[in-house]
Ligand binder design. Structure first.
Ligand code: SF4
Ligand code: SF4
Length: 137
């Protein structure tokens, strides 16, 4: 790939319904808690599942994310890094097949100006900084 086209489409929440977990960095947790006016410990108590290596949002029964409401993400201004960067994730940019598969679920892929692949990878590198244990070699 020499570049990718992507423009998030207004009103779409398709990526919030994808299978998988929403991971948080420690900074994501503190930011989301602050946005909701909660103490980080209280936010964690209500919404977070933490292992030794990873922090992720718990899933409510029958839905992918607590924060997905009719109009979109209810913590949009403070949403976790992986939500903010999607679809610029290393694992999607590094595989043409994964990118094409994601395009079937994300109507923003293929739209808008061409983004140089180096720029896209630079954006995606924030994922590796936010979630180092997920990208260990
Ligand atoms: S699926 Fe794509 S177009 Fe839809 S909200 Fe997510 S990033 Fe935007
Ligand atoms: S935190 Fe917001 S953007 Fe991320 S999956 Fe949940 S509703 Fe979607």
């Amino acid at each position: 790939m020499i570049g990718v086209r992507f423009t998030c489409q207004p009103g779409c929440t398709s990526c919030c319904d994808l299978q998988g977990f929403v991971y948080l960095s420690e900074e994501d947790l503190v930011r989301a808690a602050g946005f909701l006016g909660l103490d980080p410990a209280e936010f964690e108590n209500r919404y977070v599942y933490r292992t030794r290596r990873l922090i992720r949002l718990r899933k409510p029964a029958g839905r992918q994310c607590h924060f997905l409401i009719d109009g979109g993400c209810s913590i949009h201004q403070a949403k976790p890094t992986q939500c903010r960067l999607f679809p610029f994730w290393p694992e999607l940019l590094e595989s043409a097949r994964a990118w094409e598969r994601t395009a079937r679920r994300c109507p923003g892929i293929g739209k808008g100006n061409l983004i140089q692949i180096g720029t896209a990878h630079e954006t995606a590198s924030e994922m590796k900084r936010a979630y180092p244990s997920m990208y260990e070699e």
